[in-house]
Ligand binder design. Structure first.
Ligand code: SF4
Length: 282
């Protein structure tokens, strides 16, 4: 059975082949999580639950929504496991960012009856080719039937940055989801890709022509072919190395090099620093 790819798996290879190797080939265990991802998970969970209630006509108050967020934050947060790279900010700062995301969304979409929710956190798994050699999977935050009959694929983003329209018009993730959802929700109406940038409280949308989807299918197959024959997994250093979960084992990591140059030379006697993670044998 052919390996299953996802947008994040493909992006990982594009961002840094070495990181891809650690994560997907060597499966180096990671016992920590970036705070940005942690906030994103909690916000997504709460919005999924909110729509579950809203679909039954039981829209909770904003206070209840925030209360649920705080409860799940406290249940999951472990300071020893959640990494904060921007150390000028503490956990309370990030917790508040999540609250801001939820408050913005709630106030903008209340009472959540402007469209029909067809599914939340829907798993998409589909082949890009007839033989099923190139399979893609992903999770759609919310599948929507809008009032004008269009099928909409909604995605929540918890970061600060809003990409340009040009970038969104060539975004791969939601366009792949459109391909995966086409059969299940096929109709004559248009399909819209919709991004909710929760922190800056902005919404963006885009659409794809059949020709653009076909081009994306071919590009994605080409990328998977490149990944399959890759053997070197060259490191690609850059600002993202600070957030890389393997920056303590990657020999090219600027973070690791900075740490090494800051560490005092080991004393002849006395306590020694804890050993760094070792790569698994392959
Ligand atoms: S530290 Fe940088 S170069 Fe090394 S694997 Fe991570 S992202 Fe790639």
């Amino acid at each position: 059975m052919a390996e299953i790819y996802s947008h994040s798996r493909l992006s990982s290879f594009e961002d840094c082949p070495r990181k891809f190797q650690y994560r997907y080939k060597l499966k180096v265990p990671v016992d920590s999580e970036g705070i940005e991802a942690f906030v994103g998970k909690r916000v997504h969970e709460v919005l999924e639950r909110l729509y579950g209630f809203a679909e039954r006509g039981l829209v909770p108050s904003l206070n209840r929504v925030l209360e649920r967020y705080r409860i799940w934050w406290d249940e999951h947060f472990d300071a020893a496991r959640v990494r904060i790279v921007r150390t000028e900010n503490d956990a309370a700062y990030y917790r508040q960012l999540g609250e801001q995301c939820l408050s913005n969304y709630y106030r903008r979409c209340y009472p959540f009856d402007g469209d029909e929710t067809l599914a939340t956190e829907e798993r998409v798994l589909f082949p890009l080719d007839a033989a099923g050699e190139y399979r893609i999977q992903g999770f759609v935050d919310r599948v929507v039937r809008s009032r004008d009959g269009a099928l909409e694929i909604h995605d929540y983003k918890t970061g600060q940055r809003v990409p340009s329209q040009r970038q969104l018009d060539s975004d791969r993730q939601l366009a792949l989801y459109q391909m995966g959802l086409a059969k299940k929700y096929a109709g004559d109406g248009p399909v819209r890709l919709v991004w909710h940038y929760l922190l800056p409280n902005q919404v963006r949308s885009s659409s794809r022509t059949p020709e653009q989807l076909e081009a994306l299918r071919e590009q994605t197959i080409g990328l998977i072919d490149r990944i399959r024959v890759e053997t070197r997994y060259e490191p690609k250093t850059g600002p993202l190395c600070r957030w890389c979960e393997y920056n303590d084992i990657c020999p090219a990591s600027p973070v690791r090099q900075e740490r090494a140059s800051a560490e005092p030379a080991p004393a002849a006697e006395g306590p020694q620093p804890a050993p760094r993670r070792q790569l698994p044998l392959i």
